[in-house]
Design a protein around this ligand. Structure first.
Ligand code: BTN
Length: 327
């Protein structure tokens, strides 16, 4: 089990106190917690016996995420913030098994064991990206849950379009969705989604929706530079992480609402509208055996990818790795 370091509650209190500031606590343990937060980059200032958090749309502060995220799918969102965790998905699964409500969100500055699809790892350097996981308790039957990945990737793409559009130089890059659930900027992977499920005794079955977004340069490992990128590099600006995260949580609720209402066609139309590769695009498929050359030809009603080989034989991909085939 990986040790985790929670964001101290005192940071939420200072953030909620706004420009009034919070009287500096006399308890040395609490001042130590504030110093810890400062050492992780939170813009805390101590003046005239009070603690202030300087306004900074980049800072991932649970109380501010809760305040700034419009509510649609849930009565409230409850953000559990960490400076460091093994994996936000792991924490969210633990909380879900213990009965956490849908709309519980786990976010972290750093993951020491961030995980990706198919047992891969997800590099998660401190302050460099958005690492968050949402607990959901769908009414929809589990065989529809693959669509949660489509809901999350639409949310990430729309959030990036919104926030990058606000802060980028001319011609901001347009997010492009690559099946099954990657978000690309300028032809390179920028964000990924990992859905995991938890069976709980006594409560409804649930899933956790993990979202990783490369924001700062430090989020992309050197060995992946050819195939992965980050928001800052592609937008030519410093994109504020909390703005992206709140927009993402807002938009996820919209897509989750479509999912829960059974509006799956509408959800997939939104996904298709953000993807250049779901129809008529030559791709390589890797799903265990030798890689195969096929052409995409649509999505099924559960969001699986339809492909056709050179003999005209059609196939449905549920969970493969695909890459665009270039001439
Ligand atoms: C992929 O593209 O392979 C999926 C990557 C998902 C990464 C995110 S980061 C937050 C959450 N916690 C994890 O351990 N993984 C997901």
């Amino acid at each position: 089990m990986n040790e985790s370091i929670a964001i101290p509650e005192i940071l939420n209190k200072v953030a909620s106190a706004g420009h009034e500031g919070l009287p500096l606590p006399e308890n040395p343990a609490l001042t130590g917690e504030l110093e810890l937060c400062r050492s992780w980059g939170y813009a805390l200032r101590f003046e005239c016996g009070r603690a202030f958090l300087l306004p900074d749309p980049d800072s991932v502060v649970p109380a501010l995420i809760e305040q700034e995220t419009p509510l649609l799918a849930w009565d409230k969102i409850c953000v559990r913030g960490f400076l460091e965790v093994g994996s936000t998905n792991e924490i969210a699964l633990e909380l879900a098994r213990a009965g956490a409500a849908g709309g519980t969100v786990v976010c972290a500055e750093r993951q020491t064991a961030g995980r990706g699809r198919k047992g891969r790892s997800w590099s998660s350097n401190p302050g460099a990206g958005i690492y968050c996981t949402i607990v959901v308790r769908p009414r929809q039957e589990p065989d529809h849950w693959p669509l949660l990945a489509h809901a999350a990737s639409v949310a990430v793409a729309e959030a990036l379009r919104e926030v990058v559009g606000e802060c980028a130089v001319a011609n901001p890059p347009v997010p492009d969705l690559k099946w099954p659930n990657d978000v690309f900027l300028s032809g390179k992977k920028t964000a990924g989604i990992l859905i995991e499920t938890a069976v709980t005794r006594g409560t409804s079955p649930c899933a956790v929706v993990g979202i990783g977004i490369n924001v700062r340069e430090g989020s992309v490992p050197a060995e992946l530079r050819d195939i992965a990128t980050c928001v800052d590099r592609e937008s030519g600006s410093k994109a504020p992480r909390r703005r992206i995260l709140c927009s993402c949580l807002h938009r996820f609720q919209l897509c989750y609402g479509l999912f829960e209402d059974g509006e799956h066609g509408e959800l997939l139309e939104r996904w298709k509208g953000l993807s250049s590769m779901w129809n008529g695009v030559p791709i390589w498929v890797e799903d265990g055996g030798p890689r195969r050359a096929v052409v995409t030809c649509g999505l099924t009603e559960l969001g699986a990818l339809r492909v056709r080989d050179e003999n005209g034989k059609e196939d449905t991909l549920l969970a493969a790795d695909v890459t665009i085939r270039r001439a």
